[in-house]
Write a protein that binds this ligand. Structure first.
Ligand code: ADP
Ligand code: MG
Length: 348
């Protein structure tokens, strides 16, 4: 199937400075993707190139098999049929909600505009607030209006630049899930950029990690979480730390946290040195006998889990997260038990 959008080795930047280079990805119709990366890594720059606001330094962007950007050629944004929700909403402050949403509906009759605006307000679950101005709306409502405005012309692809960054954490995840269901209902594909891992996981079918000037990995959220290609990706999609490890057998390694047995062979060869990425939820403190002891330095009760800061005999500090009300006092000695379903191992 011809992808809806393809980035073929694109490099984006300003003048001759490459901000993000050698990006490859494919998006199928109706698929929702997310580019996750730290602030300043070039997310907005890449999104602007896809929208047609910025030109490419190399590579090509192909939409439905047709080249829309290459070096020296940039099909103008209005000819791409791509909807955009900019960072900080960018609603027109002097236009009311109706006119904001109707903004992209040129050449439609007044009756069609009215129908379409009403449909969009319903879609984003806003009551009829057509006469209100942006400053009379909450942050969440403004965000919904911005989404309604981008969706009104019925684009096949929607680009969203940190659309929820001005909202508080709970609302952010809730809106991400709502937007996902709206897009899925309407069969609209999307690329969202964000620096928030939870938001990215909530919304995306496919996820890319943009860091250090390039796309580090592109795949489903589960692939990135369980099979990250490098420690940078591993750390970006969830907490965890690297430990030196030596393979004892095909299914066991020894680390500073003791011996770890895995359920299945993971490609380890006896004697081989590895780096193992271990997540806090895989480290369990216990009062049972174990081969490595640690001291509880801090505990944080989070409701559904308890997070402990532990000090190892080497002086290294690590984190453990347990999803049951296991209470250890600060200062107590515990043994460590590590169990990972699948090891995340990097050579060398
Ligand atoms: P992000 O959206 O991931 O935070 P940006 O794409 O906004 O990152 O910016 C990436 C880099 O590009 C930054 O170092 C920024 O200073 C630089 N940059 C952004 N816009 C411009 C511009 N118009 N001209 C030159 N450099 C820019
Ligand atoms: Mg940005």
């Amino acid at each position: 199937m011809t992808p809806l959008l393809e980035l073929r080795s694109i490099s984006c930047g300003y003048e001759n400075t490459v901000i993000a280079g050698q990006l490859n990805m494919q998006l199928q119709a109706g698929e929702i993707a997310c580019l996750l990366g730290p602030s300043g890594c070039g997310k907005t720059t890449v999104l602007r190139a896809v929208a047609g606001f910025n030109s490419l330094l190399s590579g090509t962007i192909v939409q439905n098999g047709k080249e829309i950007s290459s070096v020296g050629f940039t099909l103008p944004p209005e000819q791409r049929g791509i909807g955009v929700v900019f960072q900080d909403y960018a609603l027109f402050p002097h236009l009311n909600v109706f006119d904001n949403i109707a903004f992209g509906l040129h050449r439609r009759s007044a009756a069609e505009k009215k129908l379409s605006v009403a449909e969009m307000l319903k879609l984003v679950e806003l009551p009829d607030i057509s006469n209100r101005y942006p400053h009379e709306l909450s942050g969440g409502q403004q965000q919904r209006v911005a989404l309604a405005r981008a969706l009104a012309p019925k684009p096949k692809l929607l680009l969203m630049d940190e659309p929820f960054s001005n909202l508080d954490t709970d609302l952010r995840k809730q809106l991400a899930l709502e937007v996902r269901s709206i897009l899925k209902d309407q069969g609209i594909a999307a690329i969202m950029v964000t620096h928030d891992q939870q938001e990215a996981f909530a919304i995306s079918d496919k996820l890319g990690i943009l860091a250090r000037g390039t796309l580090q990995q592109w795949g489903t959220p589960t692939e990135l979480y369980y099979q990250p290609v490098n420690p940078l990706v591993a750390g970006f999609v969830g907490k965890g730390e690297l430990f030196d490890a030596e393979c004892l057998s095909e299914t066991a390694v020894v680390t500073e946290l003791g011996t770890i047995e895995f359920a299945e062979p993971f490609g380890g060869v006896t004697g081989k040195q590895l780096s193992l990425f271990i997540r806090p939820a895989d480290i369990r403190p216990s009062t049972e006998k174990g081969n490595v002891m640690a001291t509880i330095e801090q505990k944080e009760f989070l409701g559904s889990s308890v997070v402990y800061q532990l000090m190892l005999p080497s002086g290294r500090r690590i984190e453990s997260e347990i999803f049951e009300p296991l209470m250890f006092e600060v200062g107590s000695q515990v043994s460590l038990h590590v169990s990972a379903h699948r090891p995340i191992a990097f050579s060398g």
